[in-house]
Ligand binder design. Structure first.
Ligand code: UGA
Length: 428
């Protein structure tokens, strides 16, 4: 049946979730304290870059409304999804300021039975804490649920509508029924569990995927020493169904707003329970070293380093997004600049965001070919499809020296070598 749902927070997760819930037939009210964002949305503009979200919001606008009035949104809805930001705080901990504020506002305005669903990534025990906070203000019946998201930037719509699984953490039957009903037209496995386990599933999934990446990056480092090929190694082990082929692409490390934050978040949760999660500490350390190693690799092919020109292709943390948060590319370019290297950078859509994170000395270019003019090294940092399609002959004509260092194993190494480039991949 059609449910009345409020989405608190119109960031990436909130907007994608709300758009998809309206697609599934529900009535959705988006609420955000940021008036500018709500005004943009009211005008039909979408403040995030995620393919497909704008289309769904437009097509289902009869079921969607936007407001800054949380009291109204809480009172008119039966299910309240909290999707506010939980950034990294000081000392690896999770900054719960926005989350606490949202719960406080719900507690002050709740007037009848509601399911309060947490979508934000929060420490284990937050569901219980939410219950206690609401009880302080409201004596009626309500339920709390945890419904973690597993959306990847760039493919969030299909990740939501055709997920591997929907995880629902609840502590009572009524909430379970309502949550299962909300997702009834999503044809995938549904895992109903207790709230704490649901909270931990989110961290475990991201930490495990990050572990796969750091693991294959270490294997890539060994491949470079023994003259092996990490692509073949990954293919060989990925054929084992127990391991699987995904998230075994070696490169310059993981970035984005999720993996780095959630790895540190799980470490912080472990520390708070006096557990030394040394394996996960190593995952994070390997990730940082992988980026440092790439800088060393670039320096090793430069003649004088200071004043040499490095062309950088790709600044976003992965392809198909303009997001540069914790992007390995941003770390690497900053390090190159610190060494006095001249950087000419190009990214199909992340240039504006990258400009805010990089020194003024970086020369931002309007095309991949412009970025390689007079360069001593071409460093590929994000696997945008257009980079593997560029005519390397033209690239060669424009460069001063013919070095390619491929941080994502994205360029055809055979073509590059046949054209006379010195090509260095990652773990090959
Ligand atoms: C990640 C998870 O994949 C989602 O399931 C989760 O919902 C999301 O975080 C979140 O917590 O909100 P996302 O950050 O969008 O999604 O990006 P991924 O596609 O997972 O990539 C993360 C990083 O790992 C990127 O920097 C990517 O380049 C890197 N990566 C990925 C590798 O270096 N190698 C791989 O094999 C795969």
């Amino acid at each position: 049946m059609q449910r009345k749902i409020a989405i608190i927070g119109t960031g990436y997760v909130g907007l994608t979730t709300g758009a998809c819930l309206s697609y599934l037939g529900h009535k959705v009210v988006f609420v955000d304290k940021d008036e500018d964002k709500i005004n943009m949305l009211l005008k039909g503009e979408v403040p995030i870059y995620e393919p497909g979200v704008d289309d769904i919001l437009e097509k289902h606008k009869d079921k969607i409304s936007y407001t800054t009035d949380i009291e109204k949104a809480v009172k008119q809805s039966e299910v309240l999804f909290i999707a506010v930001g939980t950034p990294s705080g000081k000392d690896e901990s999770i900054d719960m300021t926005f989350f606490r504020k949202a719960v406080k506002q719900i507690a002050e305005n709740i007037n009848s039975y509601k399911v309060i669903v947490n979508k934000s990534t929060v420490p284990v025990g937050t569901g219980e804490w939410t219950k206690e906070e609401i009880k302080k203000h409201y004596k009626g019946k309500f339920s709390v649920a945890s419904n973690p998201e597993f959306l990847r930037e760039g493919s969030a719509i299909s990740d939501f509508l055709e997920p591997d699984r929907v995880v629902i953490g609840v502590s009572d039957k009524k909430a379970e029924e309502i949550m299962l009903d909300i997702y009834s037209s999503v044809k995938s496995k549904k895992l109903v569990t207790d709230i704490k386990s649901a909270e931990l599933i989110k961290y475990t999934a991201n930490a495990f995927l990050a572990t796969k990446i750091s693991f294959i990056n270490e294997i890539a480092n060994i491949c470079e020493k023994v003259d092996g090929d990490v692509i073949k190694v990954a293919e060989g082990v990925g054929m084992d169904k127990r391991i699987g082929p995904k998230f075994l692409s070696a490169g310059i490390g993981y970035g984005g707003s999720c993996f780095p934050k959630d790895v540190e978040g799980l470490l912080s949760i472990s520390n708070s329970y006096n557990h030394n999660f040394s394996l996960l500490r190593a995952v994070s350390d390997v990730n940082r070293r992988q980026q440092e190693r790439f800088v060393e690799k670039i320096k090793s092919v430069l003649l004088k380093v200071k004043g040499d020109i490095v062309s950088v292709w790709g600044l976003s943390f992965k392809a198909n997004t303009d997001d540069v948060r914790k992007s390995p590319a941003i770390f690497i370019v900053n390090e190159l600049c610190r060494e006095g290297i001249k950087v000419k950078a190009y990214d199909p859509i992340a240039l504006n965001n990258a400009k805010k994170e990089l020194p003024g000395s970086v020369c931002f270019c309007n095309s991949a070919l412009e970025a390689v003019e007079e360069a001593d090294v071409l460093a590929l940092l994000t696997d945008w499809p257009e980079f593997s399609e560029i005519d390397l002959k033209q690239v060669k004509q424009k460069m001063r020296k013919h070095n390619i260092i491929d941080g994502r194993n994205h360029i055809d190494s055979e073509i590059a070598k046949n054209l006379g480039f010195t090509y260095k991949g990652t773990g090959r």
